[in-house]
Ligand binder design. Sequence first.
Ligand code: BG6
Length: 482
Amino acid sequence: IPVDPFDLVIFGGTGDLARRKILPALFRRFCAGQMSPDTQIIAAARSALDTATYRGFVTEALNEFVPNRACEEGTLAGFLAIIDYVAIDATGKDGWETLVERIQGNRVRAFYFSVGPSLFAPLAERINSYGLSTQTSRIVVEKPFGHDLTSARALNAILADNFDESQIYRIDHYLGKETVQNLMAIRFGNMLFEPLWNSQYVDHIQITVAESVGVGGRGGYYDRAGAMRDMMQNHLMQLLCLIAMEPPAKFDPDAVRDEKLKVIRALDPVQPHHIVRGQYNAAPGDEDAHPSYREAVEDPRSTTESYIALKAHISNWRWANTPFYLRTGKRLVARSSVINVMFKDAPHAIFGQEAGRHANVLSIRLQPNEGITLKVTIKEPGPGGMRLLDVPLDMSFAEALGAEGEDPPDAYERLIVDVIRGNQTLFMRGDEVEAAWGWTDPIIAGWQARGDVPKPYDSGSTGPGDAELLMKRDGRKWQGIN
Ligand code: BG6
């Protein structure tokens, strides 16, 4: 469904995020016929470029990040025609009058802050003082949304001084992923699961977001963040919320976000012995291609974690005594994001203990090979008596939808369209972000107070051995990463 023509200003238009994500996402939506040729995209950045040069930058970005284009070459020309560039000084006066001239009318106007948080305040203030903020204006803010609770509060306060909460779109790109949205469809669109979705039937839940990449060229940022701030506080927390929340009365922004917030507020503080931090070593025998974390961040003494596993408890009626085990890390054996809902054993073994103990597992694969698998128990075939066997009921979304070989749409495509449509459901509310930091801060403070040093693990492994122990102590086991 096409969206009405709009104006989108991308501050940080020459940056990495614009190149890799925002421009490719806009182009794909343009190819899909969702954006009208009357739309206007204005990139704003410090460099003194003219529009023709910037369009060259866009073409290069698209060649690199949208190489196999389903749409015709003429579409690229059409897309470039709606792109403009304004050189702007985010902290001064230059360029602002030009920007004002370029944006007129009452249509939807989105300002994308694809810049460091230090520029949020000057940008927000200028958008207001130059009269650019209207009823139809909204701003889009990228992560990291602060470094801790104090800084997140300060950012929220700056934004609140200039915009209404209904105009602020805080991005967590995991929420834009097709399969993450599917979590809600699976839970609330099926009668089958929801009655079992509680501590009475679920033994525990595992959430794994494993990455095979290392920190790459982002060492400067990452070494100050670590896996806790970079992934756990936002992406894994959002997955936890969607898995654990109560059914919202309807699928509207505040109903969903209220329920997510309740989950975060019900989280217990995490015990220090329920956390494992890790840091990757070089890949054995392949040190040049895959150096250690410390080499990658150029700090031989860094104690930042590139891996974290922890056991969380949600103290509420539904989840009392059902642990949630969360883990994420870089340079692991595979890229794999999976949620495993581990059901309890049947209450009584009617086939006798020798038939084996079996429990159902619902695996929701978020990426790659998106799909769901339900492990069910059947009789082992053959005349050997009543022995039991686990088999997967397996569903791949691509196969089921006849879309094999096609990548699911990128999260940014969905999220940008939602901004234009004014739908905040898949964006984080200010109080949600603060509550997430409120849970994370004491954990990080504890490490700092104790001088905690992460456990080393080999690149290409499943993470530090202590993470296995975290489970083993509870008589449980991680499902494999693959
Ligand atoms: C980003 C993190 O938010 O998410 C990165 O800053 C991480 O460190 C990335 O690699 C993972 O996203 P995806 O979409 O590749 O799973």
